[in-house]
Design a binder for this molecule. Structure first.
Ligand SMILES: [Zn+2]
Length: 222
């Protein structure tokens, strides 16, 4: 044991995590041991879920899916980098997209935005981002979304009060558009072997809205 570890203050919440591990063993793993043994041999996820890192957005909870079903990317503001054939940036996200589609052959991709998104709000908070240089750089990917929303406000198409909602929802549509620029994704969508969905999760209402491309609006999943 390193002495500095012993001296470090122990966060109170850590016990909660160990209790969770014990509960997982007792309540989830042991009753389904055979399932987990088979799952341990291989995965065959049907869906790539691209969501925000926000602690309140829990992909398996809101889709009621289980281990092995979702291949997941979570980053601040559920962003999809622009497609580049050769790139050495944003690989943590683009490699997962590539692997999910080309290697895991998923059937669906969901881009899921959500209400009260801190990442989307930060687009309008330059001052607060000064001490978060990595976050600021990452969020540059969403600057075109901010421009679209600010133009709508300038033209009185939406009010300032609607800014958050529109930023969060337009952001989802934009990221779906980015996905369609990936040649291997576009090809599979055209073949009809891959479906891309843009979702909006309203946390305090427990509602999910799916973007309808024809109607150009989000429609609640009943
Ligand atoms: Zn968020």
């Amino acid at each position: 044991m390193i002495s500095s570890e012993q001296e470090a203050p122990i966060p109170i919440d850590y016990k909660r995590l160990f209790e969770g591990v014990r509960d997982f063993r007792t309540n989830e793993f042991i009753p389904r041991q055979q399932f987990f043994e088979e799952l341990g041999q291989q995965q065959k996820p049907h869906t790539l879920f691209i969501g925000c890192s926000d602690s309140r957005v829990v992909p398996h909870l809101i889709t009621q899916t289980f281990a092995g079903e979702l291949f997941v990317i979570r980053n601040i503001a559920n962003l999809v980098p622009y497609y580049k054939k050769h790139s050495d940036t944003y690989l943590a996200t683009t490699s997962v997209i590539e692997y999910a589609v080309k290697q895991m052959n998923v059937n669906n991709i969901i881009v899921c935005g959500h209400s009260n998104c801190g990442g989307c709000a930060a687009l309008y908070q330059d001052k607060e981002l000064r001490h978060l240089p990595h976050t600021k750089k990452w969020l540059e990917l969403a600057l075109p979304v901010k421009e679209i929303v600010e133009e709508k406000i300038a033209k009185n198409k939406i009010t300032l009060q609607q800014r958050s909602l529109f930023t969060e929802q337009i952001n989802v549509v934009e990221q779906v558009n980015h996905l369609m620029k990936y040649p291997y994704i576009r090809k599979r969508v055209k073949e009809g072997t891959l479906m891309i969905m843009g979702w909006y999760y309203h946390i305090d209402k427990g509602e999910i809205y799916n973007y309808n491309k024809k109607k150009r609006r989000f429609i609640r999943v009943e």
